[in-house]
Ligand binder design. Structure first.
Ligand code: CU
Length: 140
């Protein structure tokens, strides 16, 4: 009896976790990239960052439209966020859920890294993930 109850608990957890975080497939040609600044560039403390996307479209968060997503900028993040969970929202992970394709950052002087990752309507990375190269910039 106890064992049966445990199995029900485990299987409902498996069902919940697989449906809650079902990642959206991305088209093969999808590519996200930072248009500007370029890697190694020196910028002022107010740095405008422009986001590029090929092979997919932009839609605001919450909008269910095939082959679309919204940008997330990873700032000074070591590694990547977990790819099977919604992208966090904090000073290292910025969401552009209105469908923005650029932003202006206020950064402290020195070295910073920037990287884009596209998220689906529920802020989940795609499968396979659509991630830009990581660039390094120098803030004056
Ligand atoms: Cu998001």
């Amino acid at each position: 009896m106890i064992r049966a109850g445990f199995l029900v608990l485990v299987s409902s957890f498996v069902i919940l976790s697989s449906t809650a975080f079902a990642r959206t497939p991305s088209p093969e040609a999808a590519r996200v990239y930072i248009i500007s600044p370029s890697t190694g560039e020196a910028v002022g403390h107010l740095a405008t960052v422009k986001f590029g996307l090929q092979g997919m479209g932009i839609a605001p968060a919450g909008v269910d439209k095939k082959n679309t997503g919204h940008h997330h900028l990873l700032i000074d993040l070591k590694g990547l966020p977990p790819l099977n969970k919604p992208i966090p929202s904090d000073k290292h992970h910025k969401h552009f859920g209105k469908g923005q394709t650029e932003t202006t950052l206020e950064l402290s002087p020195g070295k910073h890294t920037l990287q884009l990752i596209l998220g689906d309507k529920a802020h989940l990375p795609f499968d396979p993930p659509v991630i830009s190269e990581k660039i390094t910039i120098w803030v004056r």
